[in-house]
Design a protein around this ligand. Structure first.
Ligand SMILES: Nc1ncnc2c1ncn2[C@@H]1O[C@H](COP(=O)(O)OP(=O)(O)OP(=O)(O)O)[C@@H](O)[C@H]1O
Ligand SMILES: [Mg+2]
Length: 228
């Protein structure tokens, strides 16, 4: 059976400068994998390359058997490979509702489809439902992360790529993001990049480690790591 997402011999960086090399992993339908690594390991560069925001230097990226190298970021998102970027990157001077509307436009929803999709997302993040008319920039860090995840979910992803979703968040907000990811687990395949090992143990099936541009293989399971 073909994996949902297949990454093989992938290398990438900036121009001719290599940052990561020979990265290989697969993500099955409904599987969540974690990538743990310190500052500068190349995690964001890897996720941006998979999402099509940076060109790969070598290797393969396949979604459900379809080679994606020729597809740009927006085309990959439309095929179901969606990035929740590092640092949230929501629109600060637009309301929560407008931020969500933009995703709906990109997903080409009919109004009825949008209404259903929005209801599902707001059920996952009730805090956002109370703040639909608030400006994105006035949300707390945790609420902005919820909005960033919601924006990606409205693109109807098959694989969600999350770049450090707990970065800079207070413990209570980390808990809320964790609850949402646990609810999504099994329904959507996910790749979660983090520096927070405890968070990854809670929300992923397997954890890879990235050090200086090299991904560990084979993965340790999150379950095995709980007795470290
Ligand atoms: N635009 C760029 N041009 C050149 N080098 C870059 C660029 N962006 C990042 N780098 C370098 O690539 C390396 C990997 O950075 P990257 O952001 O992928 O790391 P990371 O693992 O996501 O780190 P963090 O945990 O701090 O987010 C770093 O040495 C960084 O300085
Ligand atoms: Mg990063």
């Amino acid at each position: 059976m073909t994996a949902l997402l297949t990454i093989a011999s992938l290398g990438g960086g900036y121009g001719a400068l290599p940052i990561f090399r020979n990265v290989a992993f697969t993500v099955e339908q409904g599987q969540t994998i974690g990538i743990l690594g310190p500052n500068g390991a190349g995690k964001t560069t890897l996720l941006k390359t998979i999402a099509g925001l940076l060109p790969a230097q070598q290797g393969e990226i396949q979604l459900d058997g379809l080679e994606l190298q020729a597809q740009r970021g927006h085309a990959r998102a439309r095929l179901g490979l969606c990035l929740v970027p590092e640092g949230r990157q929501i629109f600060a001077t637009m309301s929560v509702r407008e931020n969500l509307d933009l995703s709906a436009a990109a997903a080409r929803f009919t109004p009825a489809q949008f209404k259903t999709a929005l209801e599902e997302v707001l059920a996952l993040f009730p805090r956002l439902a109370e703040r639909l008319d608030q400006m994105g920039g006035s949300l707390s860090g945790g609420e902005q992360q919820m909005l960033a995840i919601s924006r990606a979910l409205l693109l109807n992803p098959r694989v969600l790529l999350l770049d450090e979703p707990t970065q800079g968040l207070a413990p209570i907000m980390i808990q809320q993001v964790m609850t949402a990811l646990k609810a999504l687990r099994g329904r959507i395949a996910m790749v979660v990049v983090e520096q927070n090992r405890d968070f990854l143990r809670q929300v992923t099936d397997d954890i890879f480690t990235m050090t200086a541009g090299v991904l560990s293989a084979p993965p340790q399971t999150a379950k095995e790591q709980t007795h470290d």
